[in-house]
Design a protein around this ligand. Structure first.
Ligand code: GTP
Ligand code: MG
Length: 672
């Protein structure tokens, strides 16, 4: 079993009805409105301008001679003779060469790489065995291997890690953490008015989305509305049953996420005293004594040596009301794709902020910090409830002023992302000094002014979302684990809809292979039924193990998920993004799938507030603009329109190691 977690979970069968309101607002958008004539813009032509000015080939703005980049759209001036600037400026990676994300997630060896071979699969296999013996959080240790059909950004649960497989940074290897916290310090960049746009994607959607059944590529023998859930699928909720809560821990690098997770698990008895001593001893020996708690989550030799989390670690604990699946995400910018993979599964999140002077400012920096990107990604995935854990309060003497200042700045930013005040909980704490984690603070400097809930109580107060148990089964596969001994395969992931039990018939898409469920494990414990919201490993029978990959989707055979290569998207271009043009090549992320995508049509620019089209066929999209566009994917992916399935309809576009746009699928277009 690939998940990291203790094996003393009670069996539980409760499920929930899902509802996720990230994109609740519909606006009528007349994309055929009286706008400019549609014109095809493939390659920008050189355009002449007045003397002393040069005209941007992309947006035609006349820039001053002294400018090297266009003042309006940021495109480089005359990058190539003839201004064939599309490739130079917007083809962020070639598909015959690894992108920065590929380097990170595929485990390609870097010339400057860290510990030799630490990211390759053989090493990982060895680590898996080692840590299966040594780590109480980990289970199994059976001889199994993971696969991911060249799609790296999946939760890779090999040896209990939930991140992409064989991870090793190729480009810009992160330095030791201590260096990184000094990367930036710019308190002057707290609030960008443009952040207000971030949340507006959540408001936009097309009414009467143009999806037609004929547009859907996959065969759909039955309409989903005809699905009749069997009785066993529905929840027989016992009054005292714990609900499942998938909780992502996110935040800027080095803010203390893993330390906080490790400490919490230790306090809750999920890490034994003996094991903790072992971590302490080993960490000290490596000169990383302060990382002892983080070592519970950062298992690989490379993570420990570099002192950073690289893949999502999965652990489990119970609160009074929830079975919590903890997804400890990497904070370093090189591993945002892995963080995204974890965030796709989150019902709620803990956003960890480093309170110390300089570190908060660095993490909150608009360009170099990850706090904002993580918050946007969470919101983009429909996460509404966030506990903001202001950590390392010990370093600032538990200062109320510092806490209030952080709350003010981060709070305003989160508002612009459309997080509701009422869905945010603010907790000052110190993971290192165990203040305010599972009990009220004992340090007078904190207890004298703080009388709110401790972290565990805040987790308990999070509402478990409703789940789509009565809909047909839908489980994006984050990992496929093969047992080498028996040639069997287990699909791991979070059930987004429906329910399964041993013997259920299932289909793997896009291959269309059908088989049955042999057995189920939840939190590393065998169970009989899994329902929407559960994080499970499903052992499959009758399905070719090679046809099950991370990025695939397990579904009900009568209700196969759509598979497509041509999609219409509604997106918001994020700050700092390079312009998106016709022909731009991007990385397309949806649930655990990642594909190379080409922008084949810029349909219309949209008013970010109203969602109304403001310009048809724009020449390019720049930061903070919202638009409808069409992408063509290199290979088919399992996808649904957002209105059909939120989990399979949210998308991220990345380029050059950055998230450049986020949005949703509004139409699946059948290729002619
Ligand atoms: P990434 O996963 O790489 O993004 O880092 P992280 O957020 O998981 O941080 P990690 O837990 O690895 O901790 C980074 C450093 O911060 C370690 O040296 C910890 O000891 C230290 N740290 C974490 N929490 C606290 C705290 O409450 N107080 C103090 N003083 N140091 C802390
Ligand atoms: Mg960490």
């Amino acid at each position: 079993m690939p998940r990291k977690g203790l094996s003393n979970f009670d069996d539980y069968d409760d499920g929930f009805d899902d509802d996720d309101d990230a994109y609740d607002y519909d606006y009528d958008i007349d994309i055929d409105g009286p706008e400019e004539e549609e014109e095809e813009v493939v390659v920008p032509k050189e355009e002449t301008a007045k003397q002393g000015l040069w005209r941007c080939a992309i947006c035609t703005y006349d820039n001053d001679e002294s400018m090297f980049v266009c003042d309006i759209c940021g495109v480089l001036r005359h990058p190539v003779a003839g201004n064939q600037s599309i490739n130079k400026n917007t083809a962020p990676f070639k598909f015959d060469a690894p992108s920065p994300d590929d380097l990170v997630t595929n485990g390609l060896t870097s010339t400057k790489s860290g510990p030799k071979g630490s990211g390759d699969s053989s090493m990982r296999q060895k680590e898996k065995q080692d840590s299966a013996e040594n780590n109480p959080l980990k289970k199994g240790g059976d001889s199994s291997e993971t696969s991911s059909r060249g799609r790296p950004d999946k939760l890779d649960n090999s040896f209990s890690k939930g991140g992409a497989g064989g991870i090793k940074s190729g480009k810009s290897l992160p330095k030791e953490k201590t260096d990184m916290s000094n990367e930036t310090s710019s308190s002057s960049k707290y609030m960008e008015p443009s952040e207000r746009l971030t949340g507006t994607m959540n408001e936009m959607s097309l009414t009467g989305e143009t999806e037609k059944s004929s547009d859907i590529k996959s065969i759909r023998p039955k309409s989903k509305s005809k699905h009749k859930p069997e009785e066993w699928m529905l929840l027989d909720k016992e009054p005292d049953a714990l609900s499942q809560l998938n909780l992502a821990i996110v935040g800027h690098v080095d803010s203390g996420k893993s330390t906080l997770s490790g400490r919490l698990l230790h306090l809750l008895g999920r890490i034994s005293q003996k094991q903790m001593h072992k971590y302490e001893k080993e960490a000290k020996l490596q000169g990383k004594g302060s990382f002892a708690y983080a070592w519970a989550l950062d298992e690989s030799a490379e993570e420990r040596e570099r002192g950073i989390t690289m893949t999502v670690a999965v652990a489990y604990f119970n609160s009074k009301r929830h079975h919590v699946v903890l997804l400890d995400s990497p904070g370093h910018k090189d591993f945002v794709p892995n963080m995204i993979a974890g965030a796709t599964q989150a019902d709620a999140a803990i956003l960890v902020i480093d309170a110390s002077v300089g570190a908060f400012e660095a993490g909150f920096d608009n360009l170099k910090g990850q706090t904002r990107e993580h918050a946007r990604v969470l919101r983009g995935f429909g996460v509404e409830q966030v506990i903001v854990a202001v950590n390392k309060m010990d370093i600032v003497g538990y200062s109320k002023e510092r806490f209030d200042l952080i709350k003010q700045h981060v709070g305003s930013f989160l508002q612009t992302c459309r997080f509701k005040d009422s869905s945010l909980t603010w907790i000052p704490l110190s993971a290192m000094e165990n203040q305010n984690l599972v009990a009220a603070p004992s340090d007078n400097r904190l207890s004298s002014w703080y009388n709110g809930p401790c972290l565990l109580d805040a987790v308990d107060s999070v509402k478990s979302p409703d789940r789509d148990v009565s809909k047909p089964l839908l489980m994006p596969i984050c990992d496929a684990v093969r047992s080498t001994s028996q040639g069997q395969v287990s699909a791991c992931g979070k059930l987004e809809a429906g329910a399964v039990r041993s013997g259920s018939k299932v289909m793997v898409m896009p291959s269309g292979d059908q088989g049955t469920v042999r057995s189920l494990e939840r939190d590393s414990q065998a169970c009989t039924i899994a329902r929407a919201g559960d994080n499970v490993a499903i052992a499959l029978q009758g399905i070719d193990a090679n046809q099950v990959m991370a990025g695939d989707v397990l579904c009900h055979p009568d209700f196969p998920v759509s598979v497509a290569t041509h999609l219409e998207l509604m997106v918001l271009v994020l700050e700092g993004a390079t312009p998106i043009l016709l022909g731009s090549q991007l990385e397309f992320h949806v649930h655990h799938a990642k594909e190379a995508a080409t922008v084949v049509k810029l349909v219309a620019m949209l008013d970010p507030k109203t969602g109304q089209p403001t310009k048809k066929s724009p020449r390019c999209l720049t930061a903070k603009q919202s638009a409808m566009l069409e992408v063509s994917l290199q290979n088919p992916v399992c996808v649904e329109t957002f209105s059909e399935s939120r989990a399979l309809g949210r998308v991220f576009l990345r380029s050059s190691g950055r998230t450049v746009a986020m949005g949703k699928v509004t139409r699946i277009i059948q290729d002619s």
